[in-house]
Design a binder for this molecule. Structure first.
Ligand SMILES: Cc1ncc(C[n+]2csc(CCOP(=O)(O)OP(=O)(O)O)c2C)c(N)n1
Ligand SMILES: [Mg+2]
Length: 314
């Protein structure tokens, strides 16, 4: 089975964007910004001791959730992770109910009983975040199996981190999904770290080859380039809907902040120079903004308007 590298969405970029494309890219920018601002607020809530427990922030990785979910319908399914706020928002969750859940309020998605790592929302096809690393794989594969048995054309997406590649259950499920051609897409968010350990110390061999070994179609993408993620996801979602079976996307990305909000002293496992490099050169919002400005599809006024709209709460 193939393992392709989709690192640049530039092929289309040389041509003038249609109005429809412009609207789409601006919408993706707005969704990424909404997630970023949401996460900054969550960090603030933690730092001011107003939020019970911890949260794992998605800042830096926004292009993956947004690019993939933009290729899905509302009735398609996702499963999420401990770092799941971005997935929930990108799939259509409401910001106020998300905050309510994080704050343990009755108005939250799980009546405040679940908190940051257990947000589920049936209305938007979100089968739930999961504190167990790799724990969403069974649910997503099962949802895809159900879709196939019901003769529906719904697709299921399973988001997980590179650390989940160490969970054996993932391989049992990929094997089953490949054999029975389930409409499931396994999206690996390779942010290089499993908690405080670089994955070079935990993960042997090729990540994509682990999927293709089971006959799961595997592709790699620059997870900071939302246009590339969207283009690839759209192609693989269409493939799954047409009954062509499961696929695996390896997204290269980086979390800007700590493993969780309390992880503020990180120098013992990674350098600030590394963090600064990603923020300065590989930021998904900056990359898309620069592309839009270069093509005269947006200017400072456009971004100011988007910023006003993207504020999580009025
Ligand atoms: C089965 C299981 N083992 C260990 C843990 C503790 N744990 C929480 S997050 C994490 C690392 C996850 O790394 P990765 O999957 O790469 O996700 P990331 O945090 O980088 O997004 C671990 C080991 C857990 N939650 N579940
Ligand atoms: Mg990781």
């Amino acid at each position: 089975m193939s393992q392709k590298k989709t690192s640049d969405s530039g092929a289309k970029a040389a041509q003038p964007a249609s109005e429809q494309e412009q609207v789409r890219w601006l919408s993706l920018y707005e969704q990424m910004l909404k997630i970023r601002i949401f996460e900054e607020h969550v960090n603030q809530l933690y730092q001011t001791a107003r939020m019970p427990g911890l949260a794992h922030l998605y800042i830096g990785e926004e292009a993956i959730a947004v690019g993939v979910c933009a290729a899905l319908r509302r009735d398609d399914y996702i499963t999420s992770t401990h770092r799941g706020h971005g997935h929930c928002l990108a799939k259509g969750a409401a910001v106020d109910r998300m905050f309510a859940e994080l704050l343990g309020k009755q108005a939250g998605y799980c009546r405040g009983k679940g908190g940051s790592m257990h947000i589920a929302d049936q209305d938007t096809g979100n089968l739930g975040a999961n504190a167990i690393v790799g724990g969403g794989a069974g649910m997503a594969t099962g949802a895809a199996m159900s879709s196939k048995m019901r003769g529906s054309d719904q697709v299921a997406v399973c988001f997980f981190g590179d650390g989940a590649l160490g969970q054996g259950v993932l391989y049992e499920l990929m094997n089953m999904a490949a054999l029975w051609k389930f409409p499931v897409i396994y999206v690996c968010e390779n942010n290089q770290y499993n908690e405080y350990t670089h994955n070079s110390e935990t993960t042997a061999g090729s990540m994509s080859a682990r999927a293709s070994a089971f006959g799961v179609h595997a592709e790699e993408v620059d997870g900071q380039d939302v246009r590339a993620v969207y283009a690839l996801a759209e192609r693989l979602v269409a493939r799954a809907r047409q009954g062509e079976g499961p696929s695996f996307i390896l997204c290269e990305t980086y979390r800007y902040l700590g493993h969780h909000v309390g992880d503020i002293q990180r120098s013992y496992y990674r350098s600030s120079a590394e963090e600064e490099h990603w923020k300065a050169n590989r930021d998904p919002l900056k990359l898309l903004a620069n592309w839009l400005i270069e093509r005269e599809l947006a200017d400072s006024g456009t971004f100011a308007r988007i910023k006003r709209r993207a504020r999580p709460l009025p």
